[in-house]
Design a protein around this ligand. Structure first.
Ligand SMILES: C=C(O[C@H]1C=CC=C(C(=O)O)[C@@H]1O)C(=O)O
Length: 399
């Protein structure tokens, strides 16, 4: 089920030179929210329904709401109301971003991250037998990239959009100083798409880095498909989403079961979920907010994992591992998990990557997995894709 915005019958505004508040290019279509910034009053997840309903009651027909929900449901979201623009795919051969000399600093380093994973595994072990025993946690690390010149977002989007398996996105965020701040990335994970009464979700969890040779690539994907640890990590996410969606659905199924899915740099385990809503008017943004954050980015049980993440991750997640997307006046829209992304402001970028930890996880392997997940964004920035793999020290700095 694809929402093809370019085939929509309603009147579309013409894209101009207006500032872009949000843009999405990927398998769910191309959509851009452009124009003078008109924010949806900001607030936490608990007040989202009332705030968005008020916008659509007062807005002109053809208005859409799009933007970013933060990782932490208690934090304020960042949503914009815009006229819907017919988006176009980014240029096929985009100019090189060329942001000048770059420096990369891992915060925390791969070794420090592996130590955090060990700590989380110890908490998991200690919690065995508790009513709310910690079964999974997703821990993230970041890379701070400093460029010699401003990072060109349009070129970065175009580079990310070359991978047909991902949705390249950008969302304007509230600025924290002089320079505008945006969340930009290429996410492979569909949280929730709604067209009329039909919904779809494609949760991913369980990962392996793509390999250069065909035989090695096949071997790692076969191993991922057979891995009991990765299947367990994945199952938590699918069960969580099915449980949360089922009260709202007349039909809900995962017809193909769990299969391999790939981007240009990663293999994942994925499960396509499809459903038919009891109430076709249910806004996609509220379904996204209901699901988010899933155990693909937080853990299980949610509250315990979230609490540990807040206590041990050294860099706040902000909008990383939140949800990004858009919703129209009929509730239709598409929301993606905000991963494989960076917060970008002027010459600076902060890249984020996380990995699901379950009993049996190997701390250094999880550090390597996060290193591989940085690859797509690093190469879109003109850096070596393996710059964040443990043991590799770009320009003398420690990853
Ligand atoms: C949390 C991230 O990935 C999630 C999505 C796919 C696979 C994942 C994993 O195998 O751990 C993660 O759950 C990230 O890329 O930052």
């Amino acid at each position: 089920m694809n929402i093809r915005i370019s085939e929509a019958t309603d009147v579309l505004a013409r894209p101009g030179d207006d500032p872009v508040q949000f843009a999405f290019h990927g398998p769910q279509g191309h959509i851009t929210g452009q124009g003078a910034p008109v924010p949806v009053p900001r607030g936490p997840s608990a007040t989202l329904g009332a705030r968005v309903a008020r916008v659509f009651q007062q807005a002109r027909p053809g208005t859409i709401v799009g933007g970013a929900l933060p990782f932490d449901r208690a934090d304020d979201d960042c949503l914009w109301q815009c006229r819907r623009h017919r988006g176009t795919a980014p240029a096929a051969t985009p100019p090189t971003p060329a942001p000048g000399p770059l420096s990369v600093t891992a915060e925390p380093s791969a070794a420090q991250y592996a130590a955090l994973v060990s700590r989380a595994l110890a908490v998991m072990q200690d919690s065995v037998g508790d009513r709310d025993a910690l079964e999974k946690i997703v821990l993230a690390r970041t890379l701070r990239v400093e460029a010699g010149t401003e990072i060109p977002l349009a070129a970065l989007m175009a580079r990310l959009g070359e991978d047909p398996a991902v949705t390249a996105f950008r969302v304007a965020l509230p600025s924290q100083g002089q320079a505008p701040r945006e969340l930009c990335g290429g996410t492979p994970e569909l949280l929730l798409e709604k067209t009329g009464g039909l919904i779809a979700s494609h949760p991913l969890a369980g990962s392996a880095r793509r390999q250069a040779s065909v035989s090695a690539d096949r071997a790692v994907s076969d191993a991922l498909l057979r891995s009991e640890k990765d299947r367990r990590e994945h199952r938590f996410v699918v069960e969580y989403i099915m449980d949360l969606l089922s009260p709202s659905c007349r039909e809900l199924e995962a017809p193909d079961g769990t299969t391999l899915t790939s981007t240009r740099s990663m293999w994942h385990l994925g499960t396509r979920i499809r459903g038919r809503l009891r109430d076709p008017e249910t806004p996609s943004i509220l379904l996204a907010a209901l699901l988010h954050p899933t155990p693909a980015v937080c853990g299980l049980p949610l509250a315990r994992a979230n609490d540990l993440i807040r206590r041990i991750e050294p860099v706040p997640r902000d909008f990383y591992a939140g949800a990004v997307g858009w919703c129209d006046e009929h509730g239709d829209g598409a929301w993606h998990v905000a991963i494989r992304c960076a917060e970008i402001s002027g010459r600076s970028a902060r890249l984020y990557a996380g990995a699901g930890i379950v009993p049996g996880s190997d701390p250094m392997a999880e550090a390597a997995e996060t290193g591989a997940k940085f690859g797509a964004l690093l190469s879109a920035l003109g850096l070596p894709a393996d710059a964040a793999l443990p043991g590799i020290t770009p320009q003398g700095e420690t990853c």
